[in-house]
Design a protein around this ligand. Structure first.
Ligand SMILES: Cc1ncc(COP(=O)(O)O)c(C=O)c1O
Length: 390
């Protein structure tokens, strides 16, 4: 009997070592990792610089507390400010916590303006986490089932639809912010139109609403820019980060600009572990390696290569509805549920994921080589073709 709570339907495989884009299971079988721990291991596995940075820092100091100065946290916040153009960061430990911070920040921003019950506009099929507040922001009936009435303060609209946002904002003067993913990951690799994002940003400016982007999955280089919003040329008020930031050590960040960066004051928000020296060392080294190895450019060109390759092989294939993505965030939508493909790929030594029942999701590490990108396609394409024939 397992003593783990039964929260996951796990694949029957355990990995004991990794290198680059490859993982080895406990029987010595090798797998090509096209999932990167769900968009976490951007540097792949066991990157020597990351391993050294973590080991060096562990030998100095792992944790102190946020009641003291944490110089590495200051350095990381400055680095995030430099690459995002935003101002200040609150560090925490996960994507859900980064969004919790963003939600609390927006609520405080509202109450400071005299709005008693501030509300945030969120999207259909959004994924923001599984805490009670982020679950209410998340647009998944399945994830919310059984947990009682969702907390109030969220108003949901269809993705990519500015009219719907205008209507809700007109009807609800208590709206203080809009929160959305520039690319929905769990929602099935759905991309927000660039023009929509720009128009939404102008709308938020006009109405004094905070424009908040959840970049937990699409941030940290995955789309070929440091952050997804950078493809639009606009600056958000708030951005949440996690996943790729620490390359596998748990770190989350709520980054803010302008007035939003000044909302929290001592006593309004906090965490024991957030932004400790160990995770900050890992995140700083992650960003440094990404720059030194030109991983943003690589993500862009690899994404192009993979999407082109998938289109060439699958776009005329009956049963394939759409191939879409940006950089190394790629989805192949089929016309039927295809969760079975995960185990079939595993058998062939390839790690993939299926989301929204029918979207094959690829989130490979950014250090992927061209030939590995081609190998992912050459394993995946026949699997999809065979699957669609059954
Ligand atoms: C866009 C987005 N936001 C938030 C989260 C939640 O992050 P975490 O699982 O680290 O709490 C996820 C996780 O998949 C995500 O994709």
């Amino acid at each position: 009997m397992s003593h783990l709570m039964n929260t996951y339907g796990r694949q029957a495989v355990a990995f004991e070592k990794g290198e680059g884009a490859w993982l080895w299971d406990t029987n010595g079988k090798r797998y090509l990792d096209a999932l990167a721990g769900i968009a976490v291991n951007g540097l792949g596995h066991a990157h020597p610089r990351l391993v050294k940075a973590i080991a060096d820092q562990a030998g100095k100091v792992i944790h102190t507390s946020n009641i003291y100065q944490v110089p590495l946290q200051e350095t990381l916040a400055a680095r995030l400010a430099a690459i995002s153009g935003m101002d200040k960061t609150f560090f925490c430990n996960s994507g859900a916590e980064a969004n919790e911070a963003a939600i609390k920040l927006a609520r405080l921003y509202g109450t400071k303006k005299g709005i008693e019950e501030p509300a945030i506009i969120v999207m259909e099929k959004a994924w923001h986490g599984r805490t009670i507040a982020t679950l209410a922001a998340t647009g998944s009936a399945k994830a919310s089932a059984g947990f009682g009435k969702p907390i109030s303060g969220f108003l949901r609209v269809p993705y990519n639809n500015l009219d719907a946002i205008q209507t809700v904002a007109d009807q609800h003067p208590e709206v203080v912010a809009v929160l959305f993913e520039p690319i929905q990951g769990e929602g099935g690799i759905r991309l927000a139109d660039i023009e929509y994002q720009r128009a939404l940003h102008s709308f938020c400016r006009e109405r004094g609403l905070l424009y908040m982007v959840d970049e937990v999955q699409c941030g940290i280089g995955r789309t070929g820019a440091w952050f997804g919003f950078q493809h639009t040329g606009i600056l958000p008020d708030v951005m949440s980060l996690a996943k790729g930031l620490g390359s596998g050590v748990p770190i989350g960040a709520c980054v803010a600009a302008g007035v939003a960066a000044e909302v929290f004051q001592p006593g309004t928000h906090g965490t024991t572990f957030g932004g400790g020296p160990l995770v900050c060392a890992a995140a700083l080294e992650t960003l440094a390696v990404m720059e030194d190895e030109h991983l943003l450019i690589r993500a862009e060109s690899l994404g192009h290569r993979m999407i082109t390759g998938l289109e060439a092989a699958l776009s005329a294939q009956p049963g394939v509805k759409e191939i879409r993505g940006h950089g190394l965030m790629i989805g192949v939508e089929l016309d039927r549920p295809c969760a079975a493909l995960v185990a079939l790929a595993l058998e062939k030594g390839l790690l993939i994921n299926v989301t929204q029942d029918s979207v094959v999701r690829l989130l490979p590490p950014l250090i992927l080589k061209d030939e590995e990108a081609d190998q992912i396609i050459s394993i995946l394409v026949p699997l999809i073709q065979a699957f669609l024939k059954t």
